[in-house]
Design a protein around this ligand. Sequence first.
Ligand code: ATP
Length: 455
Amino acid sequence: MQVSSKPSVEAQTVHVGLDDTDSTRGKCTTHAAYTIIDYLLNKESVEFIDYPLLIRLNPNIPWKTRGNGAVCLRFRTSYHEGLLDRIVELIHNEDLIATGANPGIAVYCGDTVPHTIQYFARRALYDIVSRKTAEKLATHNQIRFFTDGNGQGLVGSIAAIGTLLQEDHTFEAVAYRKREKCGTVRKLDSAQVVRYDAETFPYTFNNYDKAHHRVLILPHGPDPVFCGIRGESVEIVCSALRKLKIVEKLEGYMVFRTNQGTNLHLQNETGFTDIKCYKAGFSLCRVNSRPTVIEGGHAMFSVKDSIGAVVNAAVYEPTDMVNIASKLEVGDVIKIGFGVRKASSKHPRVLNVEYLQVLETTEIFETMNPLCLTCNKRMKSEGVNKGFSCRRCGFRDRKAKKILIPKPRMIENNLFVPTPRAHRHLTKPIHRYGMEKNLKNFSGINLWSTWFSKT
Ligand code: ATP
């Protein structure tokens, strides 16, 4: 074991936040975390008090690379002096930062995470937070940090530290490829995925999209992730990974505790006068205009909040929710989770609907001609304000008016979420409703022994 040359002090909890080490040209922040953990476990004297956290932040941030993921490592050590420098040296030596990335690495020492950092983290889930705010927070709380490029990675690294994830969470076992394999095709027998999915669902999820016959656990880019298996416990995701019988020689795997599959970004209720572009949230509202399905198969309609503010909403074709959305009628009471899409020269600002809950449907009516009072046949109009007459018996009624017949509604009060292939990382799959976890009185976790593996 090689530790810092600095003398040891009393053990403290250290929180390391990490973000934006990747770019579209490659690398992956979770893999950088994997390499740092390998170093910490082998070369430093640390005791992890939680699994590494993979925190998905506001998915509407326009400058994200893919899934807006940041990572936090929490452990106890006496050797925190100079730790940031040793980690920075490692990521440079191991070439863990992609060209064009704007990395941020933050180190906070303290047994509890200050509320201001937790608040910052909550906001980063559904709003845009500035680098300046992150810098001020760092100065105020003696957070030491390293940034490069435009420094935006500091936001995610501090937000990861501020997320304790004591509420709902899931796990993901991420398997990593050897460096020389990155960029080559990932080979996997999809029958194995179908098989373990059947054996482990609902305790693992988003493995395979049965409706579209698509394997969902493989990324497609040049990054070092071979696959990721999501589920409800460390045991289940590790055992599913074993069942996959991957032929490619891997670097190893690691299990993250994560906010994926929890909808945690959609927890703040937002009125339509407050909405800002790129924000996420939910709203109880009424359908204000009947949905129309536009080119591309997307449903567009408007919604009105409790104080009468109106905004456009869109349900996109890939979500497979258009069929439902297009049955909405003016006056229906709905709850929607959404991200706000910025207005462009072609489109106004719009709420991108991430889930739709129908709470109350209004009665709708068909307008028909009245029935003949003598022979019960439907009458014909004699013209505007001229009444109706019966073609069969000749009965005429000058005062008769059109009548309203209630029409059956083809939509039920229910919750509708996108099909798995259209899920964002944070999207809560329908089967997880009722499976939410909670770590009350959180004071660290006993880690399952198989959470980290290097081959
Ligand atoms: P991956 O999912 O592959 O790790 P990514 O999608 O996370 O990639 P990043 O390269 O990390 O993309 O870019 C996201 C950037 O946005 C980071 O610099 C992060 O600090 C910043 N960021 C994240 N959330 C917010 C937010 N709410 N407000 C402002 N900046 C944010």
